[in-house]
Structures are given as C-alpha cells and as structure tokens.
Ligand binder design. Structure first.
Ligand SMILES: Cc1cc2nc3c(=O)[nH]c(=O)nc-3n(C[C@H](O)[C@H](O)[C@H](O)COP(=O)(O)OP(=O)(O)OC[C@H]3O[C@@H](n4cnc5c(N)ncnc54)[C@H](O)[C@@H]3O)c2cc1C
Length: 445
C-alpha cells in the first residue's frame, strides 16, 4: 500500500468503529428527528476519533514502519482538528443552543460529559499549540510561543486524554436511550478497554526498557555532542542504519524527557554500541555538556525507514543529501555501506552553514580517495569558505558538481531541518524524481 493510501488507515479505523456503533444504535433506537440523529452521529464519531488518536499515540510499529512517524503525527493532528467540529455540533445540540447550559440542569450524564469535554479541550490546546507544529508552522509568532512553552508540562496535560475517554465512556453508559442497548454499551466497553489496555501495555514497556550507559562523549564541532552508549546488560537494540529512537536520560544531570535522535552509527560495524550526534538547539540539547560517562539512558525504538530493505538489497546508485545536523542518518547509512564492503555508487551531499560546523572532513576525503564509487560534495550557505562552493543545494549546484544523472538513476535519501527539506522536495520534484526514489527523514514532528 502506498504511503498516500496508508494515511487513510487511522481515519479508516475510526470510521469502522463508528459504523459498528451506528448499526448497534439503529438496531434498537430510531432517532425521532434529524437533529437527534445528528447529535448521535457526531457524539459517537467524536468518541471513535478520540480512541483512534490514542491508538496513534501508542505508535503501532507495523504502521509506523510504512507510514513514518512524522506522517503518523500529521494524521493525528488533522484528525484532532476534525474532533472539535464533531464535538461542537454534538454539544451544541445537547445544550439546545445554550438553553440547557444556562439552566445548569446537571445529571450524571451531563456531569460525565463535562468532565470528558473539559479535559478534551485542554488536550486539544496542548496538542495544537505546544506538542505539534502541523497546524501552526506557518505562523512565526505561534511557533515562538510553542518553543517557549514547557513541553514536559504540556505533555502531562495532554495525557488528560485518558481521563476524557473514561469520562465519555461513562457518559455514554448513562445516556437514557442507551441504558437497554446492550450491543452499543458492549462495543463502547470493548473498544475502550482494548485501546486503554494497549496504551497501558505500551507505558509498562517504556518503563521496563533496557538501560544503556554512556561510555564516551565528544564534541566534533562546538555545538555538536557525540555520545556513545552501550547496553548495561544484554544485547544492543537491533536497528537498521538511518533509523531513530527516543532517548531518555534516566539517571543523569539532564532532563529525563524523551527526545528523538537518529542513530549515527553503523549496526554492522558498531556491534555493541549506539552512537548519536546531537546539536545544541534548545532547552534540553543545550544542557548536554552535563552528560557524563556512566550516565544511564533508555532508548525506545527503533523507528523510521530512511534506508528501506529494497535499497539495502540493491546495488543501485544512492544520493545521501543532508542539511546541517540532518547529516546523522546519512552518516549511519554511509558507515553501514562501508561496513558491508559495498561497491555501489554513493553520492554524499552536505549543506553546511558555517565553517566551524564542518565535521569528519578528513574521513570523507579519505573515503573519496579510497573508493572510486564514493564522492562527497559540500556547500556552505552562511559564510564563504576557501575551497568550497557558497550557496544552497539547488539545481545549479547539482549541475556544477556533475550530479544531474542521479535524478533519474539513484534513490535519494534526504534529511535536514524543515526549510531545507521543503527546498529539496521542490528541487527533486522539478527534476522528476519519483516518490519511489525518495526517502525523507524530517527532524520535526
Ligand atoms: C525523527 C527525528 C530525528 C532527529 N534526529 C536528530 C539527531 O540525530 N540529532 C539532532 O541534533 N537532532 C535530531 N532531531 C531533533 C531533536 O529531536 C530536537 O532538536 C530536540 O528534541 C530539541 O529539543 P530541545 O529541548 O533542545 O529544543 P527546544 O527548543 O525545546 O525544541 C526545538 C524543537 O524540537 C521540538 N522538540 C522539543 N522537545 C521534543 C521532544 N521531546 N520530542 C519531539 N520534539 C521535540 C520542539 O517542538 C521544537 O520544535 C531529530 C528529530 C526527529 C523528529
């Protein structure tokens, strides 16, 4: 199934649940008029969307591997935008405009509905304005606000989703015309227990993740921290080059909030360890100088499919195109190809801002000298550096470096910050690079 089609997987799950609810409802109760039907439909649909949003939060690996976590979170954000609409219609009808809310005629059903609604509003606000940038990324002011907010605190508030689901589940249970509708109430219970059960198992697994300890820290450039980790006992996590994990420093002087980082190591060459390279970028990453050897870390994952099986198994040319710290998954793939004694054509393109951000240059030069099938192409965007081109990775640069044939013949693996990715996507689309040739890792959700 293509990635585009797979985007409909979760909305499909919500609609499937909704279909079963509707059948159960209509089998025992025919709404007396259209308004009542609309209230039933929107209320039930809202509940199904909420349950599906929790399912996405559990990051089911089978879907994530094909759809990608960034796309999954985007589906989450868009479904979360439909929710206020369906919910508003349901609540407005139940309030008879505003009449019922003004008389404040509280029943068990309405109290539980209010609990569900209030927690849900908090959940939606934290999701839209702090935890995701899908909706707000076009507004600089909102993005500034997002970057200033305490993410950890809002993450906790976002977990009120569970309170909201429990509240709404019992709200459904107390609705008068559903009291005798066993199939409807049974479905509500089965779906709620399944989803919350899955969520609980996911959380228990997180709490029991095996520990790694920091065995080496190093700064290859002033704002980059390279950290090497080794399992405290047992085997290292099985992962593919170019994938990423959520790293939580559980016993360290830095915050224990989980952050996503790509593996920079090669799973074949680094048999027992995992290496990450992290750029100082904000509240958490700027404290990484405090990480010491012996600190304990857990890693949730692996996630991502930057270097898919069909590429690993082929010998087709490959272009690794990175911007800034987006270098990490490309480095992992390059290191893996070298460890596998690959003789495929590998083109390594790296857009760097400033001279002091250049890393591993001697190693790249050595590789180019040693392997005739490898070439590296570096360009600086923010300052002029002797011996290197100046500007962005655009069509002129690709032609100047004699790489235009790879638009047709190679798979492209692109990673970098959002503006660089947008520019790269346009460049590749203009040059007829197909979706099948393209693998993208976004360093943002
Ligand atoms: C799939 C993926 C792979 C990544 N790989 C690397 C890598 O190899 N090296 C590297 O330097 N950076 C990588 N990043 C980026 C890195 O995760 C962020 O720079 C880092 O989490 C920012 O945290 P902060 O608190 O220092 O910055 P802040 O200023 O607080 O945040 C900067 C941005 O990062 C987002 N962010 C902050 N905390 C989290 C979190 N816990 N989870 C998700 N997003 C968060 C914020 O929403 C904001 O947009 C990757 C990101 C993703 C999504």
């Amino acid at each position: 199934m293509s990635q585009k089609a797979l985007r409909w997987f979760f909305p499909g799950v919500a609609l499937l649940m909704f279909g079963t609810f509707l059948m159960a409802l209509l089998s025992q109760y025919i709404p007396p008029n259209f308004t009542e039907l609309l209230s039933n439909v929107t209320g039930t649909l809202s509940f199904c969307i909420m349950l599906t949003l929790v399912l996405i939060a559990v990051r089911p690996k089978a879907i994530e591997r094909r759809l990608g976590l960034t796309n999954m979170y985007e589906v989450h954000a868009w479904m979360a935008m439909v929710l206020p609409v369906t919910l508003a219609i349901h609540v407005f009808i139940r309030w008879s405009g505003l009449e019922n809310v003004l008389t404040l005629n509280l029943t068990n059903t309405s109290i539980l509905g209010y609990v569900g609604l209030t927690s849900l509003i908090i959940v939606m606000l934290t999701g839209i304005f702090v935890l995701s940038d899908t909706i707000i990324k076009k507004s600089k002011q909102l993005m500034n606000l997002k970057n200033k907010a305490n993410r950890n605190f809002h993450l906790w508030l976002h977990r009120l989703a569970i309170v909201s689901i429990v509240g709404i589940h019992f709200h459904v249970y107390n609705v008068e015309y559903l009291l005798d509708n066993t199939p409807f109430r049974l479905l509500a219970t089965v779906y709620t227990v399944l989803v919350l059960g899955w969520y609980a198992i996911y959380k228990i697994r997180l709490a029991r993740l095996p520990k790694y300890q920091v065995i080496r820290t190093h700064q290859p450039s002033p704002k980059i921290h390279e950290i090497e980790l080794q399992p405290t006992k047992g085997d290292r996590m099985d992962y593919q080059a170019g994938q990423f994990g959520f790293f939580r420093f559980v016993d360290s002087q830095v915050s224990s909030e989980a952050h996503p980082f790509s593996f920079a190591s090669s799973p074949t060459r680094n048999q027992d360890t995992i290496i990450v390279m992290i750029q100082e970028d904000g509240d958490f990453t700027s404290t990484l100088a405090n990480v010491k050897e012996g600190d304990q870390v857990t890693i949730e994952g692996p996630y991502g499919d930057f270097y898919p099986a069909e590429v690993r198994d082929s010998n087709e040319p490959m272009v690794l195109l990175s911007g800034g710290i987006g270098l990490t998954p490309s480095l992992s793939v390059l290191r893996e190809e070298i460890a596998q004694n690959s003789d495929r054509r590998i083109v390594f393109i790296w857009g760097v801002g400033y001279e002091d951000q250049l890393m591993f240059y001697d190693q790249l030069k050595d590789l180019s000298n040693k392997y005739p099938n490898f070439s590296h192409h570096i360009i600086f965007s923010e300052e002029e550096v002797d011996g290197f081109p100046h500007g962005f990775v655009d069509n002129d640069f690709i032609h100047a470096e004699g790489l235009e044939e790879f638009y047709q013949t190679a798979t492209w693996h692109v990673c970098g910050p959002p503006p660089m990715l947008e520019a790269a996507k346009s460049l590749l689309a203009e040059n007829n690079v197909t979706e099948d040739q393209l693998n993208i890792e976004e360093f943002a959700f």
